[in-house]
Design a protein around this ligand. Sequence first.
Ligand code: DC
Length: 230
Amino acid sequence: MTIGGSQADAPVVAIDGPSGSGKGTISQLLAARLGWHYLDSGALYRLTALAAARHGVALDDAAGLARLAAALDVRFEIDGDGERTLLDGAPVGSELRSETTGDGASRVAALPEVRAALLGRQRAFRDTPGLVADGRDMGTVVFPSAEIKIFLTASPEARVERRYKQLKEKGIDANLAGLSEELAERDRRDSERDAAPLRPASDAVVVDSTALDIAACLDRCLEIVRQRLS
Ligand code: DC
């Protein structure tokens, strides 16, 4: 199945929050439980950073990066073998989730030109029966009319620990002290930038997942969704 399509009035659950808050896991599980589409908007920024490295475009060349972002040949596929992201027709693999790619993504994401170039592409994911959209500005900029907005957060310590485990499970090398510094730096860049800074929408429900395991956090989010949709 190729994810995508477009139906501008389909319901949207916007899930925003900092790195390591559990957003990705919870959003995917929520989409699966609801039978809705899923948008991993961070992947688009990561793929832009990867494409920049491949094409030799500097991470401060706003016009060049925006052109790359607008022309990004990307497909998200799900089949019996699981999820696959293809860039220029070839699977991306673990490079997509590496800290280097995440750091590059955070840099390109600070550029308004890149954000503008990716806006229409993100909105095109809105389709029936509904969309779970995961990112930093889903509720504030990309889908301001989303029916349900959740801001998922957790303490910096819990987020670093989760990231560490996640990377290890994927066979990606990491160390806690380095991750902690990188996360703090990325938090700062994502929250303090002028273009669509990370912050809860005024109508978002804030969920602190520090003391919640995945099942409890998913239950809390499902409860919020059901309340809002009823
Ligand atoms: O969620 P993630 O770690 O895959 O996101 C990678 C980077 O992209 C993150 O540092 C912030 C940026 N991002 C963004 O600015 N807006 C989004 N909607 C999603 C991600």
